[in-house]
Design a protein around this ligand. Structure first.
Ligand code: NAD
Length: 346
């Protein structure tokens, strides 16, 4: 077998730890080192038997990895990423690409000028269920896509809100959960032309939203409604239906509904709905349950894909431009909910 790609992980919090577990399970990658400012890094580096570096500069000076994963807070994404890109080290950068559009553009420009790859961590795109849906749409099994309906309803325990950043702007379910849905629906349905949104903090009364409703108008003419809340008792969210994260008990439900003139699809509990004879609401409608194994291997698939990107065998599935696109839509959602206006995406 050829040599494994040696990856350093920067920022060993909630997400950094998940990446380390995925690297350990990957056949293509191995853990090179960790970079963490907190003391917790010392114990972890002993446990993992890899070097710990206090900052990126020391890592780059002492022992360059083949590639790096950045899982630090969003405000640090630009400075952290650009340091590696300047050293021609490919980066898997956690979502969102950055906390602001200007800095996201700087990251993209740095990757371009240094001719070095970045992959943005919208990991759902590495799920085989999502790849199946993409094929169904591309093969025109649904006919012309008319509309989509996406639910992200879940209930977060009160302890979750002990962290202050989770009750201030950007820490709510729009920034934490719905950004993934935005990336996914743009991946499936293409570019967005207009955004319109409402936000509410009616239940939890924190500064940040607990619920939001978003309308997208795609350049193709397709419409889409996304509805998110972290205060609804419900099984209908990608988080609770896809089985990607063992931390969430899985439900046998769907949260995505995409409808076209010839059929519609629901997933993650993947079913394709269609008429056998003439299309009419007076005729029986049928469904094919498509067998796709639900698995928690999405993060491992992402590491394997990243390794192939490093080896130049594949192009990044989620580019810097994709990351910027999601950020622009997220920004438009906030602008629209404040102004009450429809926002044009250029
Ligand atoms: N893909 C997903 O589903 C998903 C889920 C959660 C978080 N995220 C993203 O992952 C990133 C990290 O989020 P998190 O929830 O793991 O945060 P976290 O606060 O749990 O972890 C961040 C870690 O980075 C460390 N850190 C801070 N500054 C550093 C520096 N200069 N050098 C090295 N380490 C430093 C912190 O000490 C902390 O351990 C964010 O961008 C977040 O949006 C993605």
């Amino acid at each position: 077998m050829s040599k494994k790609i040696k990856i350093s992980v920067v920022g060993i919090g909630l997400m950094g730890l998940q990446h380390i577990k995925a690297i350990q399970k990957s056949k293509l990658a191995s853990l090179h080192s960790i970079v963490e400012i907190k003391k917790t890094g010392i114990e972890l580096s002993k446990k993992l038997n890899v070097p710990l570096y206090k900052n990126i500069k020391i890592l780059l000076a002492k022992d360059k990895p083949d590639a790096v994963i950045i899982a630090t807070p969003n405000v640090l994404h630009e400075t952290d990423t650009v340091q590696f890109l300047k050293s021609k080290i490919p980066v898997l950068l956690e979502k969102p690409i950055s906390d602001n559009i200007k800095s996201a553009k700087k990251i993209i420009n740095s990757a371009r000028s240094n001719k070095t790859s970045i992959l943005i961590g919208y990991h759902r795109r590495h799920n085989s269920i999502v790849n199946n849906v993409k094929k169904i749409i591309e093969n025109k099994k649904l006919g012309k896509i008319v509309s989509a309906n996406i639910l992200c309803w879940l209930y977060k325990h009160k302890k979750y809100f002990n962290e202050k950043w989770r009750v201030s702007e950007g820490g709510g379910p729009l920034g934490i959960n719905l950004v993934h849905d935005i990336d996914m629906i743009c991946y499936l349905l293409g570019p967005v032309k207009y955004v319109q949104a409402f936000k509410s903090n009616n239940i939890r009364k924190y500064k940040v939203e607990d619920t939001a409703s978003v309308n997208l108008f795609f350049k193709s003419g397709t419409l889409c409604t996304l509805n998110v809340s972290d205060t609804i008792t419900s099984p209908w969210s990608y988080e609770l239906t896809a089985g990607e994260n063992p931390a969430y008990p899985i439900t046998d439900q769907s949260s995505y509904f995409i409808g076209g003139t010839r059929g519609s699809v629901q997933f993650p509990n993947l079913k394709l709905w269609y008429y056998k004879k003439e299309r009419s609401w007076w005729n029986n409608i049928f469904n094919n349950k498509i067998k796709v194994q639900k698995s928690n291997e999405t993060l491992i698939n992402q590491i394997d894909h990243f390794s192939r990107v490093v080896l130049k065998k594949e192009k990044p599935k989620v580019t810097g431009k994709d990351g910027l696109n999601s950020l622009i839509i997220f920004d438009a959602i906030n602008k629209s909910s404040k102004s009450g206006k429809k926002i044009r995406i250029k």
